[in-house]
Design a protein around this ligand. Structure first.
Ligand code: SF4
Length: 547
């Protein structure tokens, strides 16, 4: 049931030209904690000609007026994860909207989709979607709607939409350049988010300040890093204005600083002190290991925090090869400081990089055991949660040519788990996605993501349109033999289903990064060193590195 909301928009439907359904494929709480969901809702409803309503999976009726999905002019879907694909099909089926775009007529809604998964590879759902938004959707949404309004039957004028940068139209298979917001100060920011009740602690009620977009650290497995380069920043002045306006509209003081690289923001101290002076309490949605200090851990403890989460990803050698060059002594210091302050630990690792040797896996197990030992020396009662995820390479990253190999992954997981035989790990629970063990004497929980579910994620990430058959007739629990039929692997130089999407990389940047990964070579981040001239859309460092 949807709780009572404030700042919800209602409009007389006869006064608008476009009825827009902003669909979420995730459940209510998750949808309402997503900055983009609030942003699009407010931005679209500021247009007098458009009434935007929310429909949240598994419902197919809008929260605002209880209108069924099929009654809208435009249905939009943001795709964050491959598991969203099945929810998309389920929603269309339940609302009786024809799922295949070729079966839809002018009487049916136009279906659009955006988000990171489709910006990387729209092909797996290209039989279902009329128009994809590649890149920062809100940057082109107004141009799209202005054009939409010009036609009585927009579906008959798709070639006109193809002229807008960032719109990929499967029927035309047009080569599409990514559209990215250039000026973060001029772009739309939400100042009137929907809130529920008067509880400032509820995460839905935090004002989210979009401090940065993009990240240039260059972790070689990170899809968002590659998709949304370069780093773009909102000015302190603009962020403070947005925070003040949001407080007027919500009555709340809590702001969350959001972005992939918030702690890389060039004026982070100035921003925080400005907001504190004005009485805001601040949370940083994600922070890099490098920015965690003894002081920040003390603050977590003082504000009632019980746990810190860090992602070293792997042992030092592998970490360097994936370009996540965090010094080992820094990680050790954070672990010790956190434990000394009485904080529990949650630590995530990835397994299955193609350059990993047996020795690396044995070393990873020893590394985990050494953390448990440190914990027991400092405070045996504290707990450690270790999460191990089989690596799922992603399209549009420099690891896209390293296919997922189930047999190799199984042997790597077995080898890793065999190293824990001297511990007392007992089976605790099993789910479709992971299996968890508990070592009570060491207060240690260790969970490993299921190989089958990560393999399925790989299949859906790398597929072409042929996978629509599985999406229409199967589900996440379909037997693995069904999934194997759609498995695809690529060599450097092969044509790729997503070649039609141009992220703007120059000089074979991804291929070169792949080669450097194989050789274990670092590419220092361009925030500290000169530019590698990697991308058309970036005008930062004029001094170019030899690369
Ligand atoms: S073009 Fe240069 S400054 Fe811009 S993201 Fe690439 S390496 Fe960094």
């Amino acid at each position: 049931m949807v709780p009572t909301e404030i700042n919800t928009v209602l409009k007389p439907i006869n006064d608008v030209d476009i009825r827009f359904a902003l669909n979420s494929l995730n459940e209510y709480n998750l949808a309402m904690q997503t900055l983009g969901y609030h942003l699009l809702y407010q931005m679209l409803n500021e247009r007098n000609d458009c009434f935007c309503e929310r429909i949240i999976f598994p419902d197919v009726e809008s929260i605002e007026t209880n209108t069924n999905l099929r009654e809208f002019d435009i249905l939009s879907f943001s795709i964050y994860h491959t598991s969203n694909y099945f929810n998309l099909v389920a929603m269309l089926k339940k609302a009786e909207v024809p799922i295949l775009r070729d079966d839809r007529t002018n009487a049916d809604p136009l279906i659009i989709a955006g988000g990171p998964m489709v910006t990387a590879n729209p092909m797996p759902i290209s039989d279902f979607i009329d128009i994809f938004f590649i890149g920062d959707g809100e940057y082109i949404l107004n141009d799209f709607l202005d054009l939409y309004k010009k036609f009585e039957n927009p579906r008959e004028h798709l070639e006109e939409f193809a002229k807008i940068r960032g719109l990929y139209i499967p029927k035309l298979n047009n080569r599409t350049d990514i559209a990215l917001v250039e000026d973060m100060d001029k772009k739309y920011h939400t100042t009137k988010p929907i809130i529920i009740g008067n509880d400032e602690k509820n995460r839905i009620n935090w004002t989210r300040l979009e401090v940065t977009r993009g990240c240039v650290r260059g972790c070689r497995f990170c899809m968002s890093g590659y998709l949304y380069r370069p780093l773009r920043e909102t000015s302190v002045k603009r962020l403070v204005e947005i925070a003040e306006k949001s407080r007027e509209n919500t009555g709340f003081n809590k702001v969350s600083l959001s972005g992939y690289a918030v702690t890389d923001y060039s004026r982070i101290d100035e921003l925080i002190s400005n907001l504190q002076k004005r009485g805001f309490s601040i949370e940083i949605a994600s922070s890099r290991i490098e920015s965690i200090t003894r002081e920040s851990l003390e603050q977590i403890k003082q504000s009632g925090g019980q746990e810190i989460a860090i992602n070293p990803e792997s042992i030092d050698r592998i970490r360097k090869s994936i370009n996540k060059d965090i010094p080992e002594n820094l990680i050790q210091n954070i672990i010790r400081d956190a434990l000394e302050l009485g904080l529990n630990l949650k630590i995530s690792f990835m397994l299955g990089f193609s350059n990993e040797t047996e020795q690396d896996i044995i070393e990873l197990a020893e590394y985990i055991k050494s953390i448990v030992k440190i914990k027991n020396t400092i405070n045996k009662d504290l707990s450690i949660k270790i999460k191990i995820s089989p690596l799922i390479p992603k399209p549009q990253t420099s690891l896209q040519w390293d296919a997922y190999d189930m047999e190799v992954m199984e042997s790597k997981v077995d080898l890793l788990m065999n190293q824990f035989e001297d511990m007392d790990l007992q089976f605790l629970k099993y789910s479709q996605f992971d299996i968890t063990y508990l070592d009570e004497s060491n207060n240690l929980k260790l969970s490993i993501n299921s190989i089958e579910s990560t393999f399925k994620d790989y299949v859906l990430s790398f597929a072409g349109s042929e996978v629509s058959e599985l999406l229409l007739n199967g589900n996440l629990n379909s037997p693995i033999t069904e999934w194997k039929k759609y498995f695809r692997a690529y060599e450097v130089g092969d044509s790729l289903p997503w070649d039609v999407i141009n992220l703007g990389y120059r000089n074979n940047f991804l291929e070169k990064e792949h080669g450097r990964f194989k050789k274990g070579k670092l590419t220092p981040w361009c925030g500290d060193s000169p530019c590698y001239n990697c991308k058309d859309l970036c005008h930062h460092n004029p001094k170019v590195n030899k690369f």
